[in-house]
Design a protein around this ligand. Structure first.
Ligand SMILES: C[S@@+](CC[C@H](N)C(=O)[O-])C[C@H]1O[C@@H](n2cnc3c(N)ncnc32)[C@H](O)[C@@H]1O
Length: 218
C-alpha cells in the first residue's frame, strides 16, 4: 500500500468527525438512534451520502445548509480521510464520516432516523443487480430507517444504472420526484446538482452525460 494511503487509514479513526466500524457482530452495538441527541446535538434532519468516496457532497451540502446534518458513508478509509479533513479545515460542525459497509446500515440507524439519502456515482455493478445501491435488496435495507416521504437521490454517469433504477421505481410503484436525463443541459444552475465529485470530474473529462433521479419509497 502506498505510504500516504497507509498513513491516512491510520489517522482516520483519530479524526474527531469520523467513525469506523468493523465489528458488525460486536456485543457493544453502535448506539443507533442517537445521531441527533448525542452526536450532532441538535434536531436537524439526518442526511446520508452513500458511497461518498472523498465526500464532496457531504461537505458541499453541509456548507449550503448549516442547519442540516450530513453523514458520508464509504468503506475506503483513505478517501473518507480527504472529506473528513476538509470538513475539519472548513470548521463544518454538521458533517461526519463513517467507514463501514453500507450493507450494515441498519446497525447504525434506528427506525425512521434518516431524512434523505444521496447516492453519488456509485459503482454501476453492471453484472450484479443485487449489488446496485438502488436494487430492491438495498431499498429494503433503507426503507425502515427512512422517515415517511424521505427522498433517495441518485446521480450517475451510467445509463444502465439510471435505466435500472427507473425500472425498479416503476416495478415497485415508488414515487418519482425528479428525472433529469442530462444534468448540465437541463439544470446547469442547480446548486445541489452542481457539486462535483472526484469521479464526476473523471466522467466529465470523457464527456459522459450525467443523470439524476429523485424518488421516495412511499
Ligand atoms: C465510483 S466510487 C464514487 C465515489 C464518490 N461518490 C465520487 O463520486 O467520487 C464508489 C465508492 O463506493 C464505495 N463502495 C462501494 N460499495 C460499497 C459498500 N458496499 N459499502 C461501502 N462503500 C462502498 C467505494 O469504496 C467507492 O469509494
Amino acid at each position: 500500500m502506498p505510504k500516504i494511503k497507509e498513513q491516512r487509514m491510520e489517522d482516520l479513526p483519530k479524526l474527531p468527525n469520523t467513525f469506523e466500524w468493523t465489528e458488525y457482530n460486536s456485543r457493544n452495538p453502535f448506539p443507533a438512534g442517537t445521531w441527533n441527541s448525542e452526536i450532532f446535538k441538535n434536531d436537524g434532519p439526518i442526511i446520508l451520502e452513500l458511497a461518498c468516496g472523498k465526500g464532496e457532497y457531504s461537505t458541499g451540502l453541509a456548507s449550503l445548509y448549516p442547519e442540516r446534518n450530513y453523514i458520508g458513508f464509504d468503506i475506503k478509509g483513505n478517501r473518507l480521510w480527504v472529506g473528513a479533513k476538509r470538513a475539519l479545515d472548513e470548521k463544518l460542525q454538521n458533517v461526519r464520516y463513517f467507514r463501514a459497509y453500507i450493507d450494515h446500515l441498519d446497525q447504525f440507524f434506528a427506525e425512521g432516523e434518516i431524512d434523505k439519502i444521496w447516492i453519488i456515482f456509485p459503482d454501476p455493478q453492471l453484472k450484479k443487480d443485487r449489488k446496485k445501491l438502488t436494487s430492491p435488496k438495498f431499498l429494503d435495507l433503507y426503507r425502515p430507517l427512512l422517515k415517511k416521504g424521505a427522498t433517495i437521490n441518485l446521480k450517475t454517469d451510467s445509463p444502465e444504472l439510471y435505466e435500472f433504477t427507473l425500472e425498479v421505481i416503476e416495478d415497485l410503484d415508488l414515487t418519482l420526484h425528479r428525472n433529469v436525463s442530462d444534468v448540465y443541459k437541463q439544470c446547469p444552475e442547480d446548486p445541489e446538482l452542481s457539486i462535483r465529485t472526484y469521479y464526476e470530474g473523471m466522467h466529465l473529462k470523457k464527456a459522459r452525460t450525467i443523470r439524476f433521479l429523485s424518488f421516495s419509497l412511499d
